[in-house]
Design a protein around this ligand. Structure first.
Ligand code: DHB
Ligand code: MG
Length: 226
């Protein structure tokens, strides 16, 4: 077992389950270009992961979706396509360059009427949404700087209702989350995120590890209770 075989299985799944798609393939190119320009590795979700998020949002019947971390808009397209005609999505992005790429990709996918990209610090955008008293979101995808996950969760809960689903990406980080030898900001943030999830009686959470084209990582999935 190694990264090559994980990649081969992801390719095999994607060949069978996810056809070519101009908007998504173009967004992937845009996201990759944006990542490369920012000196980052390709950190967009994989196609089969994007479809996983899409299906979760559909299973939940989400009409209002919040994303923290738009990057090039790839996951926003998957999630935006899960919305009904009168649905709406807000995606938060720190980098104005990434936000511009995301908006163009979202428009190319025909989703610009439903999906709004807000530029700026996500914590400030979340506080603005709270201050505006927007209706609660049904589905939230947290995929930004992991060190801030505890702060994001605190705000997201103010933008949730009983039944809201919260999915966080990259909660395993090649096992570093549970390895006491690691103290980087991102793993410290992730550990605090799990502590908050475990201690809050309103929340039911599980986490699953994943391997694939994105290496060894995982998702945490939470349902907000009453
Ligand atoms: C990485 C992957 C992600 O999906 C992300 O949101 C951040 C970082 C990574 O592999 O480094
Ligand atoms: Mg991610």
């Amino acid at each position: 077992m190694n990264e090559q075989t994980w990649q081969a299985v992801d390719d095999w799944f994607c060949d069978r389950l996810i056809g070519p798609d101009d908007a998504l393939d173009g967004a992937l190119d845009g996201a990759l270009a944006a990542s490369a320009k920012a000196g980052l590795r390709a950190i967009n979700v994989a196609p089969n992961q994007g479809k996983f998020l899409h299906l979760l949002a559909r299973i939940q019947g989400a009409r209002r979706i919040l994303e923290i971390g738009a990057l090039g808009g790839y996951s926003a397209i998957w999630l935006g396509r899960a919305l009904p005609d009168d649905g709406a999505m807000v995606s938060l992005e720190f980098s104005p360059e990434n936000a511009a790429v995301a908006r163009a990709n979202i428009a190319r996918a025909g989703l610009d009427a439903k999906v709004t990209v807000m530029t700026g610090l996500a914590l400030e955008s979340l506080d603005a949404l709270i201050a505006q008293d927007v209706p609660p979101f049904d589905f939230v995808f947290i995929d930004a700087d992991k060190s801030n996950n505890p702060n994001y969760l605190e705000r997201v809960l103010k933008l949730s209702r009983p039944g809201t689903v919260i999915v966080a990406d990259n909660v395993v980080r090649e096992g570093r989350v549970a390895d006491p030898a690691h103290h980087e900001d991102e793993v410290v943030g992730l550990r605090r995120y799990f502590d908050m999830l475990g201690h809050d009686k309103r929340l039911e959470t599980t986490a699953v590890q994943t391997v694939g084209s994105k290496g060894w990582d995982g998702f945490a999935i939470t349902v907000v209770g009453g």
